[in-house]
Design a protein. Structure first.
Ligand code: FES
Length: 374
């Protein structure tokens, strides 16, 4: 999962939310009591929608799609968004975020959505989900989240997909077809070899329906990784396009570096990670920092030369339990008040000022001594 360059403004809170947060660190009292109630009723939740798993469909030997029927009240989604799924594994609730690979139009017609999931090597959840729900079952999903969506208007677009990062683009392309939106779209889809391209037949059909849609499959064995030369060869007018990138962190980093070197403005590039977002080391290796968690009275020393950790990890390693969700900067559940000090935002590459302000713990690292309201 799945993270755009444009930071969404922090949601404003109601008076009730402020009261709940001041007393519980949560935006609602329900969220505070939820873990206690779940000790007795594991599937109980203040949020989330009971959802039926209708099918587990194999796409590739190591990739499957969950076909889900969300329960009443689920609010739908925009192509490119993701959901958090929550399921009970051996009495323990586990959650993961997955992009919705089917289109909003498909949901409107059938009431169904699809999540396409690659089985992670040594993963605990992704192989288990496939096995557990092979004969159907129930789980919970969140409301759709995320702002990795197609730009407004009908300007030309370049989509860069790496591996399973194709899933939000499948949703977007099918939605464009459903809306008879024949905008100029170039998709460069990178996979590790020729056997690992998802939805190949479907993409062929989509191309036949829209002469303005051009999909190029580039396997790493034959073409190597994304490069300036491949961009020039397969999408020579990339500089005039809005660009969306989705894939593993190294592929995104490489793509962004190439595009930056080729003078593409940052505001034209959106991206979303599959897997955890990387943390660039923002501090000088000679800098140490003291993170003071004001409410809990815990101070954490970050030694000079220590590799960067998100403030969410720092807090959790110190025994705190801040609210979190996606852990990649999208859901905004980990917002925390910074009283003072400078943080580095690993999504935007920006440093904060030294004063008070809200930060997202999961994508912030200490760039100086800090005082946090936690
Ligand atoms: S933004 Fe989702 S946990 Fe930080």
């Amino acid at each position: 999962m799945t993270t755009t360059t444009t930071d969404r403004p922090a949601p404003s809170r109601t008076l009730w939310q402020r009261l709940a947060r001041s007393l519980t660190q949560h935006d609602s009292f329900g969220a505070y009591f939820e873990p206690l109630i779940q000790l007795a009723l594991p599937m109980w939740s203040t949020s989330g929608y009971r959802t039926k798993v209708l099918e587990v469909r194999t796409e590739l030997p190591d990739v499957y799609s969950l076909v889900l029927k969300p329960g009443r009240g689920w609010g739908g989604f925009r192509a490119g968004q993701f959901v958090q799924i929550v399921a009970e594994q051996n009495g323990v609730l586990c959650s993961r975020h997955f992009s919705i690979s089917s289109s909003p139009d498909h949901y409107a017609r059938t009431g169904l959505i699809e999540l396409t999931i690659r089985v992670q090597d040594k993963g605990r959840i992704t192989p288990w989900l496939r096995q557990q729900f092979a004969n159907g079952g129930w789980l919970r999903i969140s409301a759709a989240q995320g702002d990795f969506v197609l730009p407004q208007g009908n300007g030309p677009v370049l989509l860069l997909a790496g591996g399973s990062g194709i899933t939000p683009f499948r949703s977007m392309l099918n939605q464009l077809r459903a809306q008879n939106d024949n905008r100029d779209v170039q998709l460069l889809y990178f996979a590790r070899d020729n056997q690992h391209f998802l939805f190949r037949d479907e993409f062929n059909r989509l191309q036949l329906d829209n002469p303005q849609l051009n999909i190029t499959l580039l396997d790493n064995e034959q073409h190597g990784l994304i490069s300036a030369e491949l961009l020039q060869q397969y999408c020579p007018d990339f500089a005039r396009r809005q660009i969306l990138i989705c894939g593993p962190a190294p592929m995104i980093a490489l793509s962004r570096n190439i595009l930056t070197d080729m003078q593409v403005p940052q505001q034209n590039i959106g991206f979303e990670y599959f897997g955890a977002a990387p943390i660039d080391q923002p501090r000088s290796s000679s800098d140490a920092a003291l993170v003071a968690f004001r409410q809990s009275g815990i101070n954490v020393d970050i030694a000079a030369g220590e590799s960067a950790r998100s403030l969410l990890e720092v807090a959790e390693n110190a025994g705190l339990k801040p609210v979190s969700g996606c852990r990649v900067g999208v859901c905004h559940q980990c917002i925390c008040q910074k009283q003072s000090g400078v943080v580095y935002n690993t999504r935007t590459g920006q440093y904060s000022d030294t004063g008070a302000g809200e930060i997202q713990l999961c994508i912030s690292v200490a760039a100086s001594d800090l005082v946090l309201d936690l």
